[in-house]
Design a protein around this ligand. Sequence first.
Ligand code: ZN
Length: 247
Amino acid sequence: MGLMHRANSFITRHLPVKLARCQLTRPVASMTFDDFPRSAWTVGGPILARHRARATYYAAGRFCGIAEDGLDYYNAADLRALSAAGHEVGAHSHAHQMAPTLGSKALAADAERNAEALAPLLDRGMSSYAYPYGEVSPRAKAQMGARFATARGIRSGVNAGLIDLAQLRAVPLEHRRWAPAEIDAAVVQAAAAPGWVIFFTHDVSESPSPFGCTPAMLDYTLARLSSAGVQTIPVRQAMARAVFGGG
Ligand SMILES: [Zn+2]
């Protein structure tokens, strides 16, 4: 890792862009899917339903209706169906480029393009955002933190105490580094704080991409949350509870 990259990571970690004191009196969880491959809905949806869990699907407009690198991505009908089932559609940029590589104008234009592309398919605007590849910079945090209610990164950990709404922490649920003990630890930590634990993954398949998970992994995580008494709700609703209280 180069010096500039390390310096940028340090500044991003320590810059308080949008901090809120966690008001939770009971723990809460969010399950999130990035990009997102169709299987996150077609395979993941029934598993979520079985656990009475509602998720956030972060959609990048460029992926709508396409297949790429062996993955089928969501289509317009999927967005409508999952919204109707009570899940949230979040924003994930349109072009799916790393936010720090774009200038301010390009970053704003890309977010706007995504909003315009998906608006006809949604009942409400997208207020939750996830950084493509989890890549952030102080400037991207300031910009996306101002535009969206929340922006989710990929720094692992539970959101508790002072929550950074411009870079929410999230725990990976990835086939390439599946570690049930880490899932268990995150659930225990969220229950104890009490805090808000967010998981992130991509496709859900018996033979997932390295960044996706199997149905069993998703089922395991949701079961751990249920048995710890942690409700799984979309990011938008969890944010409201964490920031404004009320459950
Ligand atoms: Zn992505």
